[in-house]
Design a protein around this ligand. Structure first.
Ligand code: SF4
Length: 289
């Protein structure tokens, strides 16, 4: 008997890309399929949730008038952000017991201590916080959120991106900056002006990486995202999203359905949603009631 080939599933082609999606596709197309095309839920991780809480606290700090941006005010804003997240699935899903919840809070407070050692928020002339921006490149919409947009002493735009993970080294630094050049591209497209500087603030180590975007770096973004989008379009049409193994596989939420590890991707949609629902519906963790 002749075996009939099973056609690969095809997927709707996305119409927009963000820096994290571009990075996800170039890191591993199969993971991109799971997270960005099928939009499967992932178990939250402490690092990501901590990052969201600290970003929110800093947003609240910068809503205050400059002279009120004190260390004590940021502690209050962090406490507010922690309260806001107590009932969020990204916090509940961490399943922290009392001790782990205390440690989690202490680590959040350590990040804001580092922040205060890095800059004086009373001197910042912000003009936008958590800014949603988008621009067209052909039929594709590029979009992203800028943590903070401000003016320097010369009235030039500065984009600041807070990072709560570790600062990258070597090639990874360039990869990290590629995401920020993306925001530079968005600024130029939306405001008609290229930022004078882009700052990555690594709160865990206290390091700051500054870069000056150029016409070339902005042009590189359109070239790169257009190329990535063509590859995404091709993968959606053919259903061929290749797994690309790396040390990041150890942290991948979809490893059990990845063909590179003997998994069946077609089972992911049902099983990932069921696993996530069960995680969120479990016993209420410390302080979330
Ligand atoms: S386990 Fe590794 S190869 Fe498989 S989808 Fe995840 S990152 Fe990609």
């Amino acid at each position: 008997m002749t075996e009939t080939a099973v056609p690969a599933p095809t997927f709707p082609v996305p119409t927009s890309l963000s820096p994290s999606r571009v990075s996800s596709f170039t890191t591993c197309p199969m993971q991109f399929r799971f997270s960005s095309i099928e939009k499967l839920p992932e178990a939250p991780g402490p690092a990501t949730t901590k990052g969201s809480i600290v970003h929110r606290a800093l947003e609240l700090l910068f809503v205050r008038p400059p002279t009120a941006r004190t260390r004590a005010a940021l502690a209050i804003d962090l406490a507010t952000a922690l309260e806001e997240f107590r009932t969020d699935p990204d916090y509940i899903g961490l399943r922290l017991d009392d001790d782990a919840a205390d440690r989690f809070e202490q680590e959040c407070f350590a990040l804001i201590d580092k922040y205060f050692a890095m800059e004086d928020p009373t001197t910042i002339r912000e003009i936008g916080l958590e800014l949603w921006m988008e621009a067209q490149v052909g039929a594709l919409t590029l979009r992203g959120i800028i943590d903070r947009l401000e003016l320097d002493d010369d009235g030039e735009l500065v984009v600041t991106d807070y990072k709560t993970g570790r600062a990258p080294s070597g090639n990874f630094e360039q990869k990290s900056l590629a995401g920020v050049h993306f925001y530079s591209f968005l600024c130029e497209a939306v405001f008609g002006k290229r930022p004078a500087k882009i700052r990555l603030m690594y709160l865990s180590s206290g390091e700051t990486i500054d870069t000056v975007p150029s016409a070339q770096s902005v042009k590189f973004i359109t070239t790169r995202t257009t190329a990535v989008w063509s590859a995404v379009e091709r993968a959606c049409t053919t259903g061929d999203f290749r797994p690309r193994q790396s040390r990041l596989c150890d942290y991948c939420s979809f490893k059990q359905w990845c063909p590179a590890f003997g998994g069946d991707p077609s089972r992911a949609a049902v099983e990932a949603v069921a696993a996530h629902d069960a995680l969120i519906a479990g016993p209420v963790p410390a302080g979330a009631a």
